[in-house]
Each structure stands twice: as structure tokens, then as C-alpha cells.
Design a protein around this ligand. Sequence first.
Ligand code: ADP
Ligand code: MG
Length: 448
Amino acid sequence: MNDLSQTWQSALIEIQSLVSPANYSTWVKTTRLIKEEEGVIYLGVPNEFTREWLFKKCHNSILRILRQLNEGVRALEYVVLKDEEQKAVNSKKQAFVAPTMSMPLENFYVSKEDNLNSRYTFDNFVVGPFNELAHAAAITVAKTPGLAYNPLFVYGGTGRGKTHLIQAVGNKIKHDFPNKKVFYLTAERFGSDFFDSLQNNKAQQFKEKYRKYDVIVMDDVQFFSSKQKFQEEFFHLFNTFYDTSRQLVFSADRHPNIIPELEDRIRSRFNQGMIIDISELDKESRMAIVRAKCTPHNISLDDGLVDFIADEIEDNIREIEGIVNVIAHNTLHRGRMLNLNEVKVILKNNIKPKKMLSVKEIVKTVCGFYNIEEDSIYSKTRRKEVVKPRQVIMYILREDFNISFPSIGDKLGGRDHTTIIHSYEKIRSDIKNNQLLSQEISQIRTML
Ligand code: ADP
Ligand code: MG
């Protein structure tokens, strides 16, 4: 995770592309990032007008941008600054980077040592029919690390709580077994670490680094690279852990048996332990989660509203959190409970019409954005001006719409799924260093 000031810098760049230059300098430039607490970003503003303007015109966009940059962001609050505080801001050359930014902000509660985010615990994990088996297995593993199920493999769609659950295992072990060294990372990070070590002739250090842990929690292993050496290294690490009864916990968006490009021997290792899914959220669970997510905001919604919201929202807890944030913010702003109509408006404006978009429509939007012919996307051409938009489409279809790689291949003119994976991964890694590309994709997302 980037630190907070960097997140805010990136957010500003995006906000700049959304508002006119005049509005930007009047309203946005005068703000200052104050702090982050429990996922709430506090933005200092010079006066009530600015607060009002930002809230009315940009609140949802800023929140969305922040959440895209950092999924730990839950809400955005404005704080009207006193004169002298404001002067301190104005006298700074870089007005947005407040001096407080150098204060440790715990990087949204992520520990530098083990990468665990202390926000993810069993205490704040809602259990329902959709996740109770996974939850029970996770509790067992946390109580008896290395002994019960090894590895524990949790899979399920985006936003169903995989990261939360597997990190809760890590956090509980860390708390209950202070001698055990826990480490959390994504499979992608493991891969890039490995390749860095090869390039720098540090393969031995890499081996030693990972072997010193007692528990490894690895997220998103669907992104296992097909690179043989990497999987080989992983295989050995796996065996070392398994043979010495040290716990491994994995997550993926699908069952290991259908993760493409995974070596069979690794697949069978995953199958040695406990594989368990988090399934689609049932209505009762959606309601329970809406209620639970209201609690930290100190608001409570009446049953009718909760029922209504649970019917409208998607099967994605991250989206539920987003909606509840907006509702909470509106409630605070108005100083009273919202009525059904107001909630309806909020839902209408905030639920992404994801499920209704067809691949064709997405192709159309992206082509419109890059100003190229739609047909070229489906064709075999490798012209540069087509290749990039095509890769962006593949990326968006995968990342935002969760469409399988083979199916993306089919829909985009019968391409092989390995091409799709390659393109997806290329864009995913490019956006980290290429700010322009990352801005383009954000812009496209706002158009979808
Ligand atoms: P995934 O990794 O499956 O995409 P996450 O674990 O990132 O999903 O969950 C998305 C958001 O929903 C996180 O903010 C997480 O804290 C929250 N969340 C997920 N599952 C639960 C749950 N059972 N109870 C409460 N909050 C949850
Ligand atoms: Mg996750």
C-alpha cells in the first residue's frame, strides 16, 4: 500500500480531470488532507462554502476515486479549518501535503513487519450461511496452526471476504501465538519478489526470507504465473512448510482445479488440505452486513430500509460498504434518518450498472475513449493504436466484471485465453508505473 499522502496525490490528479480548472483552484486546491482514522479520510477545508460545494458536487466521485486507489477507505469527512491552520496550508508550496502526513498513519493499519491489516479480524466478520463453513475452518486453523488443515484454501468471488477472512486467521495467530512469525502477501507479490531476487542474484536470500516464517497467508493465488521457475520455488516452499507443520493459508477467486497455468503438482498440494468456498450472499446475510456496516457510523436503519437495500445491492460486500458509507454520510449531513425515497436515489446513483453492461457496450466505450473503430478490437490487427485499447478492454472485463479468461477470449474475436491472461497481467502491472494509463482506465471506468 502506498502511504496516504501518495494516495491523495494520485486522487488529486484524477479529481483534476473531473472538474474545471477554475473549480479546481477554487474548491479543490484549498483543501488539505488531515488524517485517516479507521478508514475515514478527513479533509480540511477553508470554510463552509467549500465544504458545501465539495459535498454537493464531488463527494461521491472523490470517495470513489479514493476507494479505487485504496480499498481501505470507507468514508470521507470534511473539517472546516481555523484561520491559522489554513495559513499554514497556504504557505506551503505543495499545499496538499500537510505536515502531518509524515506522521505514522499506520498505512491504513498495515503492519510493515508482516503486512497484516489489523482491521481484518474475526470480531468484525459477519457470519452467515454463505461463509459459515469457511469461517469455521478458518477459526480451527487459527486455533491450531499447522495441525488441523494444511493448507487452508478459501475461494470465492470478488468482495465476498476472502482477504478479510484469511487475514483474520493471520491476526489471530499473531495475537494468540506471539512466538509464531506470520506473514501475509499476495501471490503476485511473491512472484515479483522472486523475479527480483533472480535478477539481483539473491535467490538464496529469497529462500531464507520465506523460510523463516511460521505461517504464510497468501492471497489471490489465481494470479500464479506460468513461469516455471517461480512455481518450482513455490512448490519447494510449500513442501518445507508442509513437512514442518507450518501453516499455509491461501485464497483465490476460484477452485484450484480451475486455475489456469497451475502446475499439477501444486494443484494436488492444494488438494491435500481443506478447500472451502465462500458462496453467494443470501438475503439474510446481506441484511446482516448492511446492519453491521452501519454500526461504526453510529447510525441504524429501520428494517424496511435494510430490507430494501438488501434487495437492491449486489453480491459484493465491498459494494455494500460503499453504499452504507454514502447513506451514513447523507444521514449525518442532514441530521436525520433518510426516508425510502432518499435511499432509492442514493442507490440509483451509486450502484454501478455492472451486470447490465454487455461486452459490446464496454468495447464501444473504450473505443470511443481511444477514438478507434470498434471492429478493430475483434480483428487480428496488431497496430499499436489498437493493441493497447484491446488490452485495456481485457483488463476491465476481468478486473471489474469478473469474466473468465476463456470467455473474454471468445467474446473478443476468438482469442486464446493465454493471450488474455498475458494482456490482463501486462496492464495490471503497467498501471502501477504508468500514471497516464492508470488515469485513462479510471476515466473509462467513470464512463461505464
Ligand atoms: P475479497 O478478498 O473476497 O475480494 P475482501 O475480504 O476484501 O473481499 O472484503 C471486501 C470488504 O468487505 C472488506 O472491507 C471486508 O472487511 C468486508 N467484509 C468481507 N466479508 C465480511 C464479513 N463477513 N463481515 C464483515 N465485513 C466483511
Ligand atoms: Mg481479496
